[in-house]
Design a protein around this ligand. Sequence first.
Ligand SMILES: Nc1nc2c(ncn2[C@@H]2O[C@H](COP(=O)(O)OP(=O)(O)OP(=O)(O)O)[C@@H](O)[C@H]2O)c(=O)[nH]1
Ligand SMILES: [Mg+2]
Ligand SMILES: [Zn+2]
Length: 287
Amino acid sequence: MTGYITKGVGGFYYVKTETGILECRARGIFRKRGITPVAGDNVRLNEEGTALEEILPRKNVFVRPPVANLDVLFIVASTVQPVPSTRILDELTAVAVYKGVQPVLVITKSDLAAADALVQAYAKSTIPVVLLHHDTGEGLEEIRGWIKGRLCAFCGNSGVGKSTLLNALAPDLDRQTGGISQKLGRGRHTTREVEIFEICGGRIADTPGFASLETQKLCRIPKEELQHAFPEFEPYFGQCRFTGCSHRTEKGCAVRQAVAEGAITQSRYDSYLAMYEEARQLKEWEH
Ligand SMILES: Nc1nc2c(ncn2[C@@H]2O[C@H](COP(=O)(O)OP(=O)(O)OP(=O)(O)O)[C@@H](O)[C@H]2O)c(=O)[nH]1
Ligand SMILES: [Mg+2]
Ligand SMILES: [Zn+2]
């Protein structure tokens, strides 16, 4: 019997099979091998349907949020409460691209503050941006289009409105949502675990949000690979004066030229430089 994990909590895994959702335990072998089953994993069960026997090969796996086999990662950002950080958003989009997953930026709370700056920051990135309108529901159809036939996940800071969005897409789910701490302007970590739902002809994972100022490592992208995680750099590869150009300080760099001309957005390029520096230091430190 096979199925996929919809949720893991307290040592139990909930597996959606042809006959419904079964509650299973993982065999000790996974722990011994250091493999953690996560939501989205395709699994084979024992005959009784009580234990995970095997995790089938993964297309991709994310540590944060812990989920596997994604087709689309919705990176949710609110205009305010909490205020967005392009650095964290760029890191999330880069990790998605690096893992072969389609990133889609979703902007919420455009009713509370102007979304222009955020929209502008990604206008030249080639990353699809969906602007949601809380009151009219504008943007929801576009999200539904992405979900259809795919396995998707929401990610983003606590309080940006991931569960609210899920409720707007599928009111029957009645997901718990939380207020914003007025003092801190942050979310309250309302969603506690990853859970996958079948809606809109596809599957979507609601996930716990990050803390506002957390700068945890989501994934280490090797510095040489980093340029490929910024899709708008692509047209300039091969045009730099030096082969193996890192697009930082080299003379005759076509990427830097594009930044100077405004064809690549400065904040995206700054994120590249910061991530490159981190990747470089990690390497040196590890050796
Ligand atoms: N005004 C306004 N409020 C919104 C919007 N989207 C979400 N909210 C509010 O923002 C608060 C947090 O929303 P949640 O959906 O719980 O946020 P979340 O991203 O699921 O947060 P975690 O589960 O903690 O990660 C709630 O009070 C929502 O009602 C929006 O577009 N406009
Ligand atoms: Mg939530
Ligand atoms: Zn260059």
